[in-house]
Design a protein around this ligand. Structure first.
Ligand code: PMP
Ligand code: GLU
Length: 394
């Protein structure tokens, strides 16, 4: 007898979190594992944010907050959207949630009916697929490859649209490929979407500040897109606040209201202290992040230059986030030190066993030829990890 619901039985485990747990477990057993599996900055939360949280505790911000977030936070988020993205939201358009993950979950639950199709340019972030499935939606994957910098073309978008298409979800900078869509590319996608006014867009901009391309464009700022885009963001990545669990959306008011209604039955709202701390984070000039962003850029350059020497690995140069997503399909069908590698999952498991390096298989992100490595680790760890990978592969 299976007492659990079909819903949970049909849900896949988050492979990023599962690999991170496995790496932790092996480390606890005394193995010298380098974990490049989890997308989590290895910096501490900046002191000015920690101070804001301490002050909030002392000032007794200890009761339930408004379900959609403190009004001061929502106002600060509106200013941030204006400052960084040229988007004119009012507090009625903002909902603060328990991480961008919950923001995405809310959107799926309030927008998608069973059978609705949601276009996902692949590779996509691991949880989109399952969050959409949980709402009864059908993820429609649009494959891209390292050769096209993992970006979906307007022609591919148009070909994926059917009368059942309800939404398109994407992240830029992209987790896992690090690709950043520029204004011209977004305008070309928007031109296709213009013809299909009932399709809504989820633009996940959580890596907005970890961007080495020099420019950043929100699709909601492209003419005609504002009223049909839900802009998702959060403080986890840019401000090294993964554990604080604060994400937010800017959305048309009817969608914001629906997300608030959903959240009112599920969490009652995000953590009060973390919300007060987030006011300090979003009010800060993004230049406070310069050191962290340039450290990530140096690491990207290091990882790319070291990986280029490994035979058979194909890489794009990611312009943002903190991942590389090499195509490792050259190794499929080959036997290395007695282990046959048939796919990216085998490849990732081989690296864990042979090199003590934890990565995540590209399957989790909708690309079975690739592997994701997070370079949110020290330069020493990255150098050692790639040295070990090279030894394991030669
Ligand atoms: N979107 C993307 C693209 C991510 O990589 C992550 C990773 N955490 C999230 C959303 C979720 O962020 P949060 O930690 O705020 O829930
Ligand atoms: N977003 C991060 C990742 O992709 C954290 C893990 C998760 O939230 O699934 O690794």
């Amino acid at each position: 007898m299976n007492f659990l619901s079909d819903r949970i039985n049909n849900l896949s485990t988050s492979q990023t979190l599962a690999m991170a747990a496995k790496a932790r477990e092996l480390k606890a057993q005394g193995k010298d594992i380098i974990s490049l599996s989890l997308g989590e900055p290895d910096f501490n939360t900046p002191d000015f944010i920690k101070e804001a949280a301490k002050k909030a505790i002392d000032e007794n911000y200890s009761t339930y907050t408004p379900v959609d977030g403190y009004v001061e936070l929502k106002e600060a988020i509106c200013k941030k959207f204006k400052r960084d993205n040229n988007l004119e939201y009012t507090p009625a358009n903002i909902v603060v949630s328990t991480g961008a993950k919950q923001s995405l979950y809310n959107i799926a639950q309030v927008m998608i009916n069973p059978g609705d199709e949601v276009i996902l340019p692949a590779p996509y972030w691991v949880s989109y697929y399952e969050i959409i499935k949980l709402s009864g939606g059908i993820p429609i994957e649009v494959p891209t490859s390292v050769e096209s910098d993992f970006k979906m073309t307007p022609e591919q978008l148009e070909a994926a649209i059917t009368p059942k298409t309800k939404m398109m979800w994407f992240s830029s900078p992209c987790n896992p490929s690090g690709s950043v869509y520029n204004q011209e590319e977004l305008t070309a996608l928007a031109k296709v979407l213009e013809k299909y006014p009932n399709i809504f867009i989820v633009s996940d901009e959580i890596y907005e500040h970890i961007n080495f391309s020099g420019t950043f464009c929100s699709i909601a700022s492209i003419p005609g897109m504002f009223d049909r885009t839900i802009t998702v963001n959060g403080v986890a990545k840019a401000f090294a606040m993964t554990g604080w669990r604060i994400g937010y959306i800017g959305a048309p008011e009817f969608i914001a209201k629906a997300c608030t209604k959903m959240q009112g039955q599920v969490t009652s709202g995000a953590n009060s202290i973390a919300q007060r701390a987030t006011i300090a984070a979003v009010e800060a000039d993004p230049s406070v992040l310069n050191n962290m962003v340039s450290a990530f850029k140096n690491r990207r350059d290091l990882v790319i230059s070291l990986m280029k020497d490994i035979p058979g690995i194909k890489l794009n140069v990611p312009e943002g986030a903190f991942y590389v997503f090499p195509d490792v399909s050259y190794y499929f069908g080959k036997t290395l030190k007695g282990t046959t590698i048939n796919n990216a999952e085998d490849f990732s498991m081989y690296l864990l066993a042979e090199a003590n390096v934890a990565t995540v298989t590209g399957d989790a992100f909708g690309n079975p030829n690739c592997l994701r490595l997070s370079y949110a680790a020290s330069e020493e760890q990255l150098t050692e990890a790639i040295r070990r990978i090279k030894v394991a592969l030669t």
